[in-house]
Ligand binder design. Structure first.
Ligand SMILES: *[C@@H]1O[C@H](CO)[C@@H](O)[C@H](O)[C@H]1NC(C)=O
Ligand SMILES: *[C@@H]1O[C@H](CO)[C@@H](O)[C@H](O)[C@H]1NC(C)=O
Ligand SMILES: *[C@@H]1O[C@H](CO)[C@@H](O)[C@H](O)[C@H]1NC(C)=O
Ligand SMILES: *[C@@H]1O[C@H](CO)[C@@H](O)[C@H](O)[C@H]1NC(C)=O
Length: 438
């Protein structure tokens, strides 16, 4: 048996034993405070009953097929005026790959909210909503719910508000979303409970109506760094720190974890500075300085990697995009070096243009992302994906979609499996450490 299969079997066995002995049902939710399960939307613990894809690679291809919409959205953010941070940005992602359990109201009502690191939005479908799926938050059964008036300061941070001049009445807003959907919502306050932490007066959009099919069914929890995000609204509770470990796409049964706050975060973790772009205040930019394929440091034009806050150029870490995208010349240089080191012939599969016989996988080079102060050596499962027949392995990255003249590189979730990613906004740094988080 191959060593990696042996190792996988070993880990799987350990996990099975753990699971049995401790009766740890991965779907029951984590009991400890500020440490929540992160569930893959296509996983066993997901309540969304997605169509069971025939194979893992089809799942990824299906999910990656909606990446371009998200890519264009993320690329378009630069046009926003500085300091105007909408609570529910329009033209947002139309997929969420990972969800967390959250409770809203008193007593708490359970919702599976999509996790999104590139978004400040918090919104939930509310009862009476036209066009929402059946699971909604019922404000009239929560003793702590309060709709917000047009006159409150929070309402001025929301764009698309329809308040009369003079500012009386509910803070209602309407937003287009994902290119083909829109929703209308009332800005509201209620208690948000994550693990054992109750956050009072959490501001979110209570959705009254949706049109289109792209709205995450049980709401969205924005983990971006803008002014109305979870980190900003919780202040000292989490001190601007959280981390996640995303489970392997293949681990249908397992969940990863979201740890909120500085307690319990890894102590010895390599970090790279987080860069702040005032024109894209939600996004987590890092300084990608180079990429190695095997021992070869690929020659890349530094201007295609460098951070520029006026053009929005640079590299972000994002949880909602599935496969990593580089601006075209960067991707092509990496791919060409990779092809040079692996025996062809090469074919395409969906978004992937470098598929080759798995019999050559042994010689596939390790890909390393170089960030300031931090090298991330991608485990093979984070750089290669297998076709459903198992005969092909593909380089699981791509160029910016649609041949757009894009300036943004996105490190996406497939490349983040089984890594703990620490977002420390208090110290402006991002940490990465290997962790088996399934
Ligand atoms: C709450 O609102 C929903 C929908 O409007 C309604 O069906 C339900 O009866 C209400 N419940 C209470 C306790 O008022
Ligand atoms: C939002 O506003 C637009 C334009 O007025 C309207 O067409 C759309 O139906 C509204 N969306 C919802 C969900 O109310
Ligand atoms: C990114 O790294 C490069 C190479 O080390 C350096 O020249 C540049 O100043 C860094 N950019 C930022 C914004 O830190
Ligand atoms: C950012 O891009 C603009 C427009 O291309 C350019 O004029 C400016 O010099 C760049 N800034 C930096 C710091 O590279």
């Amino acid at each position: 048996m191959h060593l990696s299969s042996l190792l996988a079997l070993f880990f799987f066995t350990c996990l099975s034993i753990l699971t049995t002995n401790a009766s740890l049902d991965p779907c029951s939710g984590s009991g400890s405070s500020s440490d929540l399960s992160v569930i893959h939307i296509y996983g066993k613990c997901s309540p969304f009953d997605p169509p069971k894809p025939s194979s893992w690679v089809n799942t990824v291809l299906n999910m990656a097929s909606t990446d371009p919409k998200r890519f264009f959205y993320l690329s378009s953010l630069v046009d926003q005026k500085p300091n105007s941070v909408p609570i529910a940005p329009g033209q947002v992602i139309n997929i969420g790959n990972y969800v967390v359990r959250a409770k809203i109201g008193t007593p708490g009502q359970l919702m599976f909210m999509v996790l999104d690191t590139s978004n400040d939005a918090a919104w939930l479908p509310c009862s009476g909503c036209t066009g929402c799926s059946p699971t909604v938050f019922a404000p009239n059964t929560s003793s702590s719910y309060a709709p917000l008036e047009c006159s409150v300061p929070e309402c001025t941070q929301v764009s698309g508000v329809s308040c009369p001049t003079g500012g009386s009445g509910s803070c209602n807003f309407n937003r287009s979303y994902g290119g083909d959907s829109s929703f209308s919502a009332t800005l509201s306050h209620d208690v948000l409970t994550l693990g054992n932490d109750a956050i009072p007066n959490y501001a979110f959009g209570c959705i009254n109506a949706v049109s289109g099919s792209s709205i995450p069914p049980q709401g969205l929890l924005g983990l971006g760094r803008g002014s109305v995000s979870l980190l900003s609204q919780t202040g000292p509770l989490y001190s601007g720190v959280f981390s996640y470990c995303l489970p392997s796409f293949k681990s249908y049964y397992f969940s990863g974890s979201l740890k909120l706050g500085p307690l319990g975060q890894p102590k010895n973790i390599k970090t790279t500075p987080l860069l702040k772009n005032p024109r894209r205040s939600s996004l987590y930019y890092v300084n990608l300085t180079g990429v190695s394929v095997g021992r070869v440091n690929v020659v890349l034009n530094p201007e295609l990697l460098s951070f520029n806050s006026s053009t929005g150029a640079g590299t972000i870490i994002d949880s909602g995009t599935v496969i990593t995208r580089f601006v075209q010349p960067v991707y092509e240089a990496i791919r060409d070096e990779f092809r040079k080191q692996v025996a062809g012939p090469f074919s395409s599969l969906g978004a992937f243009d470098t598929c080759f016989s798995v019999t050559h996988e042994q010689i596939a080079p390790i890909i390393t992302f170089h960030f300031t102060g931090l090298d991330l050596k991608l485990p093979l499962e984070n750089s290669l994906i297998h076709s459903s027949s198992g005969t092909l392995a593909c380089l699981a990255m791509a160029a910016a979609p649609g041949n757009v003249d894009s300036v943004l590189n996105i490190i996406a979730s497939l490349q983040q499996q089984n890594l703990r990613i620490l977002f420390d906004t208090a110290n402006s740094r991002l940490g990465i450490a290997r962790e088996l988080c399934n």
